[in-house]
Write a protein that binds this ligand. Structure first.
Ligand code: TYM
Length: 350
């Protein structure tokens, strides 16, 4: 009961729960970075906030891909999210293209964003560089605006993401603030919820520990996929690049600048088992035991997810039903925000 409330008085209306929104692309197998940087927070946040989570299939169209694969991988990703612990009774899970307001609001926002600010997005520069900027898709350039639309449609307060999405979140905030001052208050200005340094914000590639673990890495050797066989995971972690200085007292320490490989393994242990990487380091004086403990921790994290995934994938119809119900709920919220936005911009109501 509220402290101000007197006996016999009706309870004041409940304060609306803060809203969380986040998304993941369906293409490419999900990896440990996705899980530690984002998905485990999604699971945690569903009990603390009004949470909306989305498999962002429209974002996947920004780079070439096989149409048949896309629909399969969208269902696979949704099944995996449920296996990770998302519960349709406690959050809204849906597929981006099932709610047309994402594409609709993108156009309105694109008409407020500038070429200059989109040209500064480092993910566009990195991805466009790979295939040549001339042939990069217009959708790849406009990608961050679609992401802003995803977030703003749900009056989102908090966006749980890994550190690599920081710049996109800043752009989303800029677009929302500019819109609100130009057309009147329309959007909630969201905050990024990024894990702490040393807590999974940026899980690094095991072979190239100065690069983040990524679905689009040139080689799989340093990327632990959530679907990897436990034996493969063990091999990948045990072959992780550490450092050249000889093992001995002080060789295992938390120092991402000087010792990125060792620090990454310490961060994996800290994030999975709890604790701070710098404290965990004190228990080790050589690399072999650090690697084998990190491998055990990752396998014990991934094994139950894989078992649950195998069970859930027996019934794809049930997963599709979750997604259909999620899309209906999402659409209700999105429709109201979109309507506010189109009216604010001066579009005539039909
Ligand atoms: P995506 O699909 O690349 O990744 C999904 C989530 O995983 C995080 N992540 C990592 N975290 C730590 N270490 C890593 N090595 C690592 N690699 C990936 C990402 O930060 C992300 O949180 N643009 C987004 C998808 C998106 C979105 C949105 C996110 C579209 N609309 C709206 C939030 C809100 C992306 O490509 O994530």
């Amino acid at each position: 009961m509220d402290e101000q409330q007197k006996p016999g008085q009706p309870a004041p209306p409940a304060k609306p729960a803060r809203r969380v929104f986040s998304g993941i692309q369906p293409t490419g197998a999900p990896h440990l970075g996705n899980y530690l940087g984002a998905l485990r927070w999604w699971v945690d946040f569903q009990d603390r906030y009004d949470a909306f989570y989305c498999v962002v299939d429209l974002h996947a169209l920004t780079v070439p891909g096989d149409p048949e694969e896309l629909s399969k991988s969208t269902l696979t990703m949704a099944t995996l999210l449920l296996a990770c612990g998302l519960d349709p009774a406690r959050c809204t899970l849906f597929v981006q293209s099932h709610v047309h307001y994402h594409a609709d609001l993108t156009w309105l926002l694109e008409c407020t964003a500038s070429m200059g600010e989109l040209s500064r997005m480092t993910q566009f520069k990195d991805k466009a560089q790979k295939g040549g900027e001339e042939s990069a898709r217009v959708g790849l350039f406009a990608y961050p605006v679609l992401m802003a639309a995803d977030i703003l449609l749900y009056d989102t307060d908090l966006v749980p993401v890994g550190d690599d999405q920081r710049q996109h979140l800043e752009l989303t905030r800029d677009l929302a603030q500019r819109w609100n001052s130009r057309y009147g208050p329309t959007f909630v200005v969201p905050e990024a919820a990024i894990p702490p340094v040393g807590g999974g914000a940026r899980v690094m590639d095991l072979q190239e520990p100065r690069r983040k673990m990524s679905k689009s890495a040139d080689s799989d050797a340093g990327v632990v996929y959530l679907f990897d066989d436990p034996k493969v995971i063990e091999r990948k972690v045990k072959r992780a690049v550490t450092d050249l200085d000889p093992p001995g007292p002080g060789s295992v320490r938390w120092d991402p600048e000087e010792k990125p490989g060792v620090s990454n393994l310490l961060e994996l242990l800290a994030t999975i088992r709890g604790g701070k990487p710098e404290d965990i380091a004190r228990a080790y004086d050589g690399y072999a035991r650090l690697k084998s403990d990190a491998a055990d921790a990752v396998v014990s994290l991934v094994r139950p997810l894989q078992e649950r995934y195998r069970e859930l994938s027996q019934d794809p119809g049930a997963v599709q039903a979750v997604l259909a119900a999620g899309a209906r709920k999402a659409e209700e919220v999105a429709a109201a925000t979109y309507d506010r936005a189109r009216t604010a911009m001066g579009l005539l109501t039909a």
